[in-house]
Design a protein around this ligand. Sequence first.
Ligand code: SAM
Length: 306
Amino acid sequence: MFSYRHAFHAGNHADVLKHMVLIAVLKHLTQKDAALTVIDTHAGAGLYRLDGDYAGTSGEAEDGILKLFSALAPAGKAQPAIKDVAPLIEDYMAMVAGFNPGGTLKVYPGSPFVVQGLLRTEARDKLKLFELHPTDGKALAANVAQLEAGRQVSVAREDGFEGLKAFLPPPSRRAMVLIDPSYEIKNDYGKVSACIQDSLKRFATGTYAVWYPVIPRPEAHDLPRRLKTLSNQAGKPWLHATLAIGQRDEKSVIGEPERRPGLTASGMFIVNPPHTLKAALQLALPQLLEVLGRGRGKGQAVEHGG
Ligand code: SAM
């Protein structure tokens, strides 16, 4: 069950989509004065090395954050590949750059650090993190301790699907929930739908963001459909964004090991999204695709309802 380690995937195209959307949602939600509670049900280790063994082995960041930076913030006098970069992409790149003051990308922030950077001390915003993997749970606790954020951030080595229930509704009646499982076991798909259904009963006005992989598996295909149905039944607006970077256009070289195709597409489904998100994504996603798109199957889409 515990073979998934996010360190292999940190900074890949799926993280780019997920964290870019996360920042956009949080920037909107933190415009109101009242305290916000953010719950990250599947938090991971929090911080990742882009130059470490895990990332080096997988090479996934090369088709994600590293490609984005070399195209849009090239070293030396080279011109960026796009002139007017969309604000969502700019915000996302600025956040990652903030973790890499030397200029070279060495560290990639996972969702706990992406979120914490946007929380307000004066508003008493809170972040509740769940991570079940023993090693990543320990790493997360150690990384969070370095923040010295006190009671603003808490870490629980528990099942996030279950743990979430105790926080809904939050005392301030304002919450954002990120549900980002590894989908290592196919039960996760059903658990995500059940979790959204239950959460909407407990706290219908919360903002819920679900990441999922776009892969040829019936459960993965059904998930956004089920989430749309649940949102519509609850009378809540939703937004669904997908980014597919497509297949790698490369011929296999005799004598070289073939690279595994890996994940080529993913989606973010948001219940009760900010009203500004659709237009912002319609600007950002085509640009992301221009930079990260590879070959056959590439594409992007934003749809909404409710
Ligand atoms: N949200 C992180 C980010 O964006 O940086 C990445 C999370 S990773 C995709 C999924 C994580 O969920 C893994 O670290 C895995 O160990 C953990 N996990 C798996 N099942 C879990 C559960 N039931 N509750 C909490 N964490 C779980």
